[in-house]
Design a protein around this ligand. Structure first.
Ligand SMILES: Nc1ncnc2c1ncn2[C@@H]1O[C@H](COP(=O)(O)OP(=O)(O)OP(=O)(O)O)[C@@H](O)[C@H]1O
Ligand SMILES: [Mg+2]
Length: 326
């Protein structure tokens, strides 16, 4: 059987016959993380064709320097896609190699980057022995894109419940992580199969939240999901809240901002993205706002966000190396 360290993702092959019990504890020799492993029952053994794919995947080495960030909130219209697009383009301006993954069947990110009818993660999984890099498009903004299309809806229907279905994206990303400094994943407005897959592939999550009455609810849902992942499978995800569409002249905005800050404290990113009409204009011409009008308030704020995220994630990585989360 193959086991994977929940922390550093190192994979180990162990002889089934040498396994003493149905459930046993192991310690990763690389990062020293201790975790529980369940021996697969005969009925849940991986079918030969899937097994072949898993064995191919273990030849890829993880790149811990590549930061994988999920942009998520089960609430719709909070600026997940806008943040994914503009944060990614801003990171490119900081000379980072960036891949965006459109993991939402709505395909808004793909459309905003001017692509249509491109092959998605569904086709990646559907094609036997295909390498993920064959499906990645280099956009004109020097940003790499793994597109989405309507077939993405079939992904959960065909793979939900299969062994390791929740690690599909993480395992496939291993094939390309050496090529990128950042991978940003755009997710749908739900906390289901897609968001779970994205979170398990990531070490960070950014939760965009406009200053509206129901925002706290959306943030706390994702926070709950992250806590379950952490407690059940010991996978640490650094969560940050990003205030979006902020209107400084609106009293409700100001009251909700204070509530978010007092509830989530240091988890709230210092950069606040203001409500800015230029974001909507930029969508009409299918251009990231920071390129459409680099001087608009939201564009400047997204560039500032890229700097803040970059600094924050380096600090988190440094803490992880010293083992302060163990
Ligand atoms: N800072 C902003 N100022 C003004 N409008 C914005 C801003 N950010 C996003 N919007 C607008 O809000 C709408 C929703 O944004 P977006 O599509 O990014 O949200 P989403 O969370 O990805 O939505 P969904 O849940 O449907 O995927 C879009 O019309 C976008 O133009
Ligand atoms: Mg979206």
């Amino acid at each position: 059987m193959i086991i994977t360290c929940g922390k550093c993702k190192t994979k180990y092959r162990i002889d089934d016959k040498a396994v003493p019990k149905d459930e046993f504890k192991v310690r990763c020799t690389k990062c020293k993380h201790a975790f529980l492993v369940k021996k697969p029952s005969v009925s849940s053994e991986v079918p030969p064709h899937i097994k072949r794919k898993t064995e191919t995947a273990i030849t890829y080495k993880d790149n811990p320097d590549c930061k994988v960030i999920t942009i998520c909130n089960q609430k719709g219209g909070v600026a997940k896609t806008t943040t994914c697009l503009n944060l990614a383009t801003s990171l490119v301006q900081l000379n980072k190699r960036v891949l965006v993954v459109d993991f939402d069947v709505q395909s808004n990110l793909t459309l905003l980057l001017g692509h249509k009818d491109a092959r998605s993660f569904f086709e990646v999984i559907d094609s036997e022995d295909a390498n993920l890099s064959e499906f990645i498009i280099k956009t004109k903004y020097n940003l790499s894109l793994l597109p989405s299309n309507s077939k993405m809806a079939l992904l959960s229907k065909t793979h939900m419940g299969q062994d390791n279905f929740e690690y599909m994206l993480r395992d496939k990303l291993l094939e390309v992580k050496q090529n990128f400094d950042y991978i940003l994943i755009d997710t749908p407005p739900s906390g289901d199969f897609y968001t779970l897959n994205a979170l398990l592939a990531s070490t960070s999550a950014i939760v965009p939240a406009p200053c509206e009455y129901l925002s706290m609810n959306g943030i706390s849902h994702i926070e709950g999901m992250i806590k379950v992942i952490q407690n059940k499978i010991n996978h640490f995800i650094d969560m940050s809240v990003l205030v979006t569409k902020f209107d400084k002249n609106n009293t409700v905005s100001q009251v909700v901002l204070e509530k978010i800050k007092s509830r989530y404290k240091l988890k709230v990113l210092k950069t606040i993205i203001e409500y800015d009409q230029k974001i909507q204009e930029s969508e009409i011409v299918q251009t990231p706002a920071i390129i459409y009008d680099s001087e608009s308030p939201a564009s400047r704020q997204y560039l500032q966000l890229a700097n803040e995220v970059n600094e924050k994630l380096f600090a988190v990585a440094a803490r992880e190396k010293t083992g302060s989360y163990l």
